[in-house]
Write a protein that binds this ligand. Structure first.
Ligand code: ZN
Length: 189
C-alpha cells in the first residue's frame, strides 16, 4: 500500500479486524518511512459482469433492467412475481457461470426468451416481438406460427404496440366503462 503522505510502499499492519458481518476487513497500517498511520478496507470483489451491446458499447450488468423487461412482458398475465424473480436469477446465474466478465446482450435476450417461453407463451411473443424488432408482420407471424404449432390453448395474440417501449410507460388505457373508477377518486387513493 502506498503511503498517502510520502508515497512509500513500505508499511506494516498495526491492527486488523473484520466487520461484524464478515464482509469487510479493516486494516490499520503504519508507513515505515514517515510513520504515518492510515486505514485500508478489504472486501470481496463483486463480479463486475458487463454487457456487450449491439454497437459494441459495454455497460454494467443490470438485473433490474431484466426484471423490468420481464415484468412488462408478463403484464396482466397469470404469472407470479416469485416465478419472474426466479427466472431473473437463473438468467443472471447463467450469465455469470458461462461468461467470465462480459456477456453479449443477445445472449441475455435469448436467455430471457427461454424463460418467458416456460412461464407464459403470450409473454414470450410480446417480448420476442420487441426484442427481435420484427421488420414486418410476416416475420412476426412466422414466429407466432412456431408457437401455434406447439398447440397452445387460449393463446391471446397481443395487438400492435404491446410493450413497445413507448413514452407512456406501457400503462393500460383507462377503461371508461369501469364503474369503480369514479369511486376510486373519492377514496383518495
Ligand atoms: Zn509515509
Amino acid at each position: 500500500m502506498k503511503c498517502p503522505r510520502c508515497s512509500s510502499d513500505d508499511d506494516r499492519v498495526v491492527d486488523s479486524r473484520t466487520s461484524a458481518d464478515g464482509v469487510v476487513i479493516r486494516r490499520r497500517r503504519e508507513c515505515l518511512e514517515c510513520f504515518m498511520r492510515f486505514t485500508t478496507y478489504e472486501r470481496i470483489e463483486e463480479s463486475p459482469l458487463r454487457v456487450i451491446k449491439k454497437n459494441g458499447e459495454r455497460v454494467r450488468f443490470d438485473r433490474d433492467r431484466i426484471l423490468h423487461g420481464m415484468l412488462r412482458a408478463c403484464e396482466k398475465l397469470p404469472v407470479s412475481m416469485a416465478d419472474i424473480e426466479e427466472a431473473v436469477m437463473r438468467v443472471e446465474g447463467r450469465c455469470q457461470g458461462e461468461y467470465d466478465r462480459e456477456v453479449p446482450s443477445s445472449v441475455i435476450g435469448s436467455l430471457v426468451m427461454d424463460e418467458l417461453r416456460q412461464l407464459d407463451q403470450v409473454a414470450y411473443v410480446r417480448f420476442a416481438s420487441v426484442y427481435r424488432e420484427f421488420k414486418d408482420v410476416g416475420q412476426f407471424m412466422s414466429e407466432l406460427e412456431i408457437i401455434l404449432d406447439e398447440d397452445v390453448e387460449g393463446l391471446d395474440v397481443p395487438g400492435p404496440g404491446v410493450s413497445s417501449g413507448d413514452a407512456a410507460g406501457g400503462l393500460p388505457p383507462a377503461n371508461p366503462h369501469d364503474p369503480g373508477q369514479q369511486a376510486e377518486a373519492r377514496d383518495g387513493s
